[in-house]
Design a protein around this ligand. Structure first.
Ligand SMILES: C[S@@+](CC[C@H](N)C(=O)[O-])C[C@H]1O[C@@H](n2cnc3c(N)ncnc32)[C@H](O)[C@@H]1O
Length: 281
C-alpha cells in the first residue's frame, strides 16, 4: 500500500472519528503530514487499510492513543536554532526587563527543552524571580516527561553547543546534575514553570502574556487553522507583546500580518502593534 492509495475521504472520516470520540481535532492539519503518519501507523500495526484503522480507533483505546502520539511530532531541542536564542537575548530581553513581572507562554512545548532553555536565560538575566513560564501542549505523555526534566545524556553535547552559540553565560552543566546516563534539570529552573495541557485548536485564551513562543507547531496546520491559532495568540498578548515562530513559519499569509512589526525578520520574531483603546477605533 502506498501513500497515494489513501483516499482523502477516508482520512476525513478517520479524523472525524478521532474528533467525535476523543475530542482531538486534526481535521485542519496539513494533509501531507497526516497522510504520512497514518500510513506509518498502518504499516507498523500490520493493518491493511484505513478502514481497518477506522474500526480499531473506534474500539481500541490503546491503539487510538498510539495514533494520537503519531499525529503529534514532539521532536525538540534545548536552545534549538541558537541564532534565534541569540536574537531573543539581544532584542527581546531588553523589552522584558521593562516589565515589573513577566509572563511567557510556550505553546506546543513538547518534552520541555524549550521552556528549560527559557528558564536558563531568565535566570542569567536576573529576571527569573519575576517570571512565570506557562508551558503547554496537548500531548500528555510529552508534558509528563517535560515535568520530570530528565533528558538523555546523549543529547547534552548538542545542547551544550547550542547553548554556547546562543550566548550562554555559564556552562550548561551548571543547570543539571548527571545521573546514570541522564541529566536532571535543576529544581530552581522548574519553580516558576507551570506545565498545563492546552489544545491550541479547541481551548481558549487562559492568560495575558508578554511573550509567546510557538515554534515548529503551526507548520503542521492548514492556513485556516493557523489563522484561528493566530487569533488566540493575538488575544493573549499584551500591546507591544512579542510573538516568536519557528524558522519555517510566518505571519505573512495570515490575517494578522498587519497587526505586528517584524522585530527580527530572519528569526521570526514579531512585536504586536499597539491597539487603540475601544471607543477610539
Ligand atoms: C515539533 S514539536 C515543537 C516543540 C518546540 N516548540 C520546539 O520548537 O522545539 C510540536 C509540538 O506541538 C504540539 N502540538 C501539536 N498540535 C497541538 C495542539 N493542537 N495543541 C497543543 N499542542 C500541539 C505537539 O504535541 C508537539 O509537542
Amino acid at each position: 500500500m502506498k501513500d497515494k492509495d489513501i483516499q482523502e475521504s477516508e482520512i476525513s472520516l478517520l479524523l472525524e472519528t478521532v474528533y467525535e470520540k476523543y475530542g482531538y481535532d486534526f481535521r485542519q492539519y496539513s494533509q501531507a503530514h497526516i497522510r504520512r503518519r497514518i500510513m506509518n501507523r498502518i504499516v507498523m500495526s500490520g493493518l491493511e487499510d484505513v478502514s481497518q484503522m477506522q474500526s480499531k480507533v473506534l474500539n481500541d483505546e490503546i491503539f487510538a492513543s498510539e495514533l494520537l502520539q503519531d499525529l503529534s511530532i514532539t521532536v525538540t531541542e534545548m536552545f534549538r536554532d541558537s541564532s534565534f536564542y541569540k536574537s531573543l537575548r539581544e532584542n527581546v530581553i531588553p523589552i522584558l526587563k521593562t516589565y515589573p513581572f513577566i509572563k511567557i507562554w510556550h505553546a506546543g512545548c513538547a518534552t520541555g527543552e524549550e521552556a528549560y532553555s527559557m528558564a536558563i536565560i531568565m535566570q542569567e538575566e536576573g529576571l527569573y524571580d519575576r517570571t512565570t513560564i506557562y508551558a503547554t501542549d496537548f500531548n500528555q505523555h510529552a508534558l509528563n516527561k517535560a515535568k520530570e526534566g530528565i533528558f538523555s545524556n546523549k543529547k547534552i553535547k548538542e545542547y551544550t553547543m547550542n547553548y554556547q552559540l546562543s550566548g550562554g553565560k555559564e556552562s550548561l552543566s551548571a543547570y543539571y546534575t548527571s545521573n546514570y546516563g541522564n541529566v536532571i534539570m535543576n529544581q530552581s529552573l522548574k519553580k516558576n514553570i507551570v506545565w498545563a495541557n492546552h489544545n491550541l485548536v479547541t481551548d481558549s485564551v487562559f492568560a495575558e502574556v508578554h511573550l509567546i513562543l510557538c515554534r515548529n507547531v503551526l507548520i503542521y496546520f492548514e492556513k485556516d487553522l493557523q489563522n484561528k491559532v493566530q487569533k488566540l495568540f493575538y488575544n493573549s498578548l499584551i500591546n507591544g507583546g512579542i510573538l516568536c515562530l519557528g524558522s519555517k513559519e510566518g505571519l505573512r499569509f495570515t490575517d494578522f500580518y498587519e497587526q505586528y512589526n517584524e522585530a527580527d525578520k530572519k528569526q521570526k520574531i514579531f512585536k504586536k502593534k499597539y491597539q487603540l483603546a475601544r471607543g477610539l477605533e
